[in-house]
Design a protein around this ligand. Structure first.
Ligand SMILES: [Zn+2]
Length: 472
């Protein structure tokens, strides 16, 4: 035993002597690449040994051995705890090593017979230092899940093929291919799962259907956290919508020249996560406006915000959304009023309603349609949000005598409406036509430019040379 420890210690010294961490930044590109491959080969050998010793400890600590189990003799409750204590890795890592190890360790039976490993090809490739623990884990996890329902020969074929892909061999023809990364191996392994257990997809979907849901987890720091467990079809719909509305810069696709120009002009500084939030906000507004949702007390679902008149007047304080614990700022209240209108309710000192105004400042559906035809979508250049999801912004605030008229309303998406007072973008109307001025960091001259023209109008007018790149 002392000899094994001594030899491993020598190997550690040799690895340190080969290249010091401090030396890495000085390597040439070529040397860096070679060093990375060589270190990985060493790492795979070390990982294979880590897995082998971990699963052996776990096996000798199995509960059926009672107080004679290794973990108990070393003062730990279970094998995982013992592994974590000795190696100082997390219990999650210890678990993973044991899971992989269980797939590549020869199995003892109750009769004392020894069976080969459940995944002999994985075992062989790991032992040879060719297969990393990530890829091994992907193969073992995916195939173990269907092992009890799959034909043994097909299972062996799947294992062989997957190990081949990970090592860079097409096993049926023996031809070399580009070795798969662990992520690619995982995707390939999922496809094998379907082939090995075709009924499993249905069973899995049935289970997933029961598990689907959306729950409110709690509120902290002004944000409410939800968890959405979405079925694949909902995921597909969401991904399509997000892909079509994310700004080209953050959508994770290749940019055309037009996209690049739009991304530059739009100057969108939001993260993809923030954009997805804003897209959901716009989608919900559109759904509420569609007139197809169930009504509540005869009215379509409307968000009610209450605010004291004095606080609204003073611009300080807070508004309260019906059914929501967190307050919203007066700026948010004003934006709601801008797009959704206001109804004044006057109370006496006992809280009795003594006067009620009729709701005003809301653009009618006819006005909305007309503005939609004129603006085509959010008027901020580069914004991808379609017209149906936009809010109508009073260019001159109602409180400053701005009328609720098509000549004073423009389409802005949820985000651009939210930030119109702070983002530096400005809108004004000339003869009922919206003009936009970018913030100084986008256009140092801050020129007023006519908002982009939607497709519907370009057929009847020649394009203007000075116009911003079109959104469409
Ligand atoms: Zn917008």
């Amino acid at each position: 035993m002392e000899e094994i420890t001594a030899q491993l210690a020598t190997a550690t010294v040799a690895a340190r002597a080969a290249v010091a961490v401090g030396q890495v930044p000085t390597l040439s590109d070529g040397d860096l690449m070679s060093a990375m491959s060589a270190v990985e080969i060493l790492g795979r050998t070390v990982d294979a040994l880590r897995v082998a010793v971990a699963v052996e400890v776990q096996e000798r600590s199995r509960p059926t051995l009672g107080s004679d189990r290794l973990s108990a003799r070393q003062g730990c409750r279970a094998g995982i705890e013992l592994i974590a204590r000795v190696t100082q890795v997390s219990e999650a890592t210890a678990n993973r090593r044991c899971r992989v190890g269980a797939g590549i360790r020869a199995r003892d039976t109750l009769t004392g017979e020894v069976l080969p490993a459940a995944f002999p090809k994985v075992a062989e490739a790991m032992d040879a230092g060719e297969l990393g623990v990530d890829s091994a884990s992907a193969i073992i996890t995916a195939l173990s899940a269907v092992a009890s329902r799959a034909e043994p020969e097909m299972l062996a074929e799947a294992e062989h093929a997957l190990v081949g892909c990970a090592l860079g061999v097409e096993v049926s023809s023996g031809e070399p291919i580009t070795p798969f990364t662990a992520d690619q191996t995982r995707i390939q392994a999922i496809q094998w799962q379907v082939a090995l257990d075709p009924d499993g997809v249905k069973v899995c979907e049935e289970q997933a259907t029961l598990g689907r849901g959306m729950v409110k987890l709690g509120t902290r720091g002004g944000l409410t956290r939800y968890r959405l467990d979405a079925l694949p079809e909902l995921e597909g719909k969401l991904e399509r919508i997000f892909a079509s509305c994310l700004s080209p810069k953050t959508a994770g696709r290749f940019l055309t020249v037009e996209d690049e120009a739009e991304a530059l002009v739009g100057g969108d500084t939001r993260t993809p996560a923030q954009q997805r939030h804003d897209i959901v906000a716009a989608m919900l507004d559109a759904a509420a406006r569609s007139g197809e949702l169930p009504t509540i007390g005869g009215a379509s679902p409307t968000v009610l915000i209450s605010v004291a008149a004095e606080e609204l007047e003073a611009g300080t304080g807070a508004g309260w959304i019906d059914g929501v614990q967190n307050p919203v700022s007066i700026d948010t209240v004003k934006r709601f009023i801008c797009t959704g209108g206001i109804q004044k309710v006057l109370f006496d000192c006992n809280g009795k309603i003594i006067a009620l105004s009729s709701p005003d400042r809301i653009f009618t559906p006819q006005q909305r349609r007309a503005i939609t035809v004129r603006d085509g979508g959010c008027v901020i250049p580069g914004c991808q949000i379609p017209a149906g999801w936009c809010e109508i912004h009073h260019v001159i605030e109602h409180s400053r005598s701005g009328p609720t008229h098509t000549d004073n309303g423009v389409l802005l998406c949820w985000f651009h409406h939210h930030t119109i007072d702070t983002s530096g973008w400005q809108v004004h109307m000339v003869d009922g036509v919206p003009y936009i001025r970018p913030p100084r960091w986008i256009d140092p001259d801050r020129q007023w430019r006519r908002a982009s023209t939607p497709h519907t109008l370009t057929h009847t007018r020649p394009p203007r040379p000075d116009r911003m790149p079109s959104r469409t």
